[in-house]
Design a protein around this ligand. Sequence first.
Ligand SMILES: [Zn+2]
Length: 229
Amino acid sequence: MKLRRLTRKRATDEVYESLREAILTRYFRPGERLQVDEIADKLGVSLTPVRHAVQQLANEGLIEIKPRSGTFVATLSIEDIEATFEVRIALECLAAEKAIERIKPNELARIEDLIEALSQPVTNEESLRKHEKANSELHQLLIDAAGNKRLAEIYNGLNAHLTIARIHAAERNESRNTEFGKRFEIEQAEHEEIVAALRARDVARMQSALRAHIARAKSTLMNAWQQQG
Ligand SMILES: [Zn+2]
């Protein structure tokens, strides 16, 4: 009995991981209908772990289960995006207070590496993906450096939504390629200011830098969203 339960649990975890990845990498598009039986078939598992994984992703907000209609990759409204960014600002400003007190030398070194990576030019989809990954890791590091598990959990839940929002915006805004250069120059200056404030252990300065950075990211995303929406 014990062995069977463990096996089933692992299958659910594996299905969960691969579905989550498929959504966040746009293999499944926002609004796309998900066929549980097809997914089970493709992954070579039974329906049960797929149903469990789908439920888990629904709790996280990545999947919407509509009664009598089906299971869909979540879509977001402009209000959802705005609300998510407001909470993100609050969480990152809270994290900043703690991170300034607790940050370790190796974390600071990793942050320096990420700032360096973020200074590399973004010219195509591949470099954009790398850039966004480094950007997320930088913010994640600041959250982790705060050493508050609950805060990190809430932040991770938000992140899934923000990733979905970015996917939507990217699909709606094909002209963004022409804006690559300028946008990243501003972003880099903002990141450098955040890290300079952290190094100077200046809470107020770091919070105002974070607020400005996240608010700008929010309006960029919302503009992209509205342009084609
Ligand atoms: Zn950033």
